[in-house]
Design a protein around this ligand. Structure first.
Ligand code: KG4
Ligand code: ZN
Length: 344
């Protein structure tokens, strides 16, 4: 038996192409298993039907492994089960959500339905357990680009968001244009090392506007138009395009964070979501620490992209506040970060 004042939470994540489970005691990660569905690489993007099928066959194995890796913990010892209920792919969400519902019924434990985007925001807590709001968050993933004024747990104001493509989506689309594979973010990040970011000057979209919103579709079109200027490109030229594109995205993200810090006066800034793994972005935001007198926190790489440890971390915060969900909570593919109407 675990003797600990911190809750023991099982987290389950299946919103897109990662089947994942994690056991946390407070923000201590006891075990964490991520099964990434490689099948989608053949298609250049996630195929929803295949994702659901892969989750269905993987989920019980992933959860069993999570308990096995945590040592002698039995499912009966958990205090609650936290699971992603949106946003994401409907079929994929249903696999994790229904699995969690089955477990809570069998174990007679509370269910905690978690918003996946909100959980990204809490991922830095896994590395910095003493972190406390208020803070500013730049949340950049495959589906979202948000600047959030985080006043407290589940207490947010959106300061800016993308009007079209998300930052991660633009990395993936440009990687597809350059024919370098999927997912594009890590590949462009790596390829950019060999490229000259100043060889091609791509536009810095929406930088001239006062607002804290973003727009990345014009940048993607600028890359597309550039790729049409020649019959073929050398490996060096492809690397230069990748580096030029990445520099444009990072310039915009950095400048909007700078403006948001000046506007809000926040001293703690967190970077979260899959694009938070980008090395140039991490470096450039880290450089803002001195100039703006702020502290920057970003999650370790394994907690940037989709994972169940961040779902369990959100579960810990919710459990401590007594926020649990009914068994009738639905899967909500287009759930917004501030929408709590499904969980009460
Ligand atoms: O948070 P995430 O795993 O899934 C969503 O909730 O969307 O984010 C995935 C996104 C993808 O678009 C991927 O290309 C991007 O994060 N990404 C990166 C890097 N690693 C992942 N983008 C830029 N640089 C990276 N190193
Ligand atoms: Zn995500």
């Amino acid at each position: 038996m675990l003797e600990n004042k911190h809750p023991l939470i099982l987290g389950i994540e299946s919103s897109c192409d990662e089947t994942s489970a994690a056991l946390l005691c407070g923000f201590d990660v006891l075990s964490h298993v991520v099964y990434s569905q490689l099948i989608h690489q053949h298609y250049g993007g996630v195929v929803p039907e295949l994702a659901s099928r892969e989750h269905e066959t993987a989920i019980s194995r992933v959860v069993d492994k999570t308990f096995a890796e945590a040592g002698n913990i039995s499912p009966h010892n958990v205090d609650a089960i936290a699971v992603t209920y949106g946003p994401g792919l409907m079929g994929a969400l249903l696999v994790g959500l229904n699995f969690a519902k089955g477990m809570v019924v069998a174990l007679k434990k509370p269910l905690i339905a978690i918003n996946h985007i909100e959980a990204h925001l809490y991922a830095p807590f896994l590395d910095f357990p003493n972190l406390q709001p208020p803070m500013l968050c730049l949340l950049v993933s495959g589906g979202h680009t948000l600047l959030i004024d985080v006043k407290g747990i589940r207490d947010f104001t959106i300061l800016g968001e993308t009007l079209d493509d998300a930052a991660g989506e633009s990395f993936d689309k440009v990687a597809r244009l350059l024919n370098i594979g999927y997912p594009g973010g890590p590949l462009i990040d790596k390829l950019s090392e060999k490229g000259d970011p100043n060889a091609i000057r791509f536009p810095r979209p929406y930088l001239e506007k006062e607002s804290l919103n973003f727009s990345f579709s014009g940048l993607k079109t600028a890359v597309l138009n550039y790729t049409k200027t020649k019959e073929s490109f050398t490996d060096q030229e492809i690397a230069d395009i990748a580096a030029g594109f990445q520099a444009a995205v990072v310039d915009v993200l950095e400048e909007k964070v700078r403006r948001a810090v000046l506007q809000t006066g926040h001293k703690q800034v967190i970077l979260a979501g899959g694009v938070a793994a980008n090395r140039l972005l991490r470096k450039r935001l880290k450089n803002l620490e001195k100039t703006l007198d702020i502290h920057l926190y970003y999650p370790s790489l394994k907690y940037c992209t989709d994972n169940a440890a961040m779902i369990a971390a959100a579960g810990v915060l919710y459990y401590e506040k007594g926020w649990t969900s009914g068994l009738d909570v639905p899967a909500v593919p287009n759930l917004r970060i501030y929408d709590h109407s499904y969980t009460g």
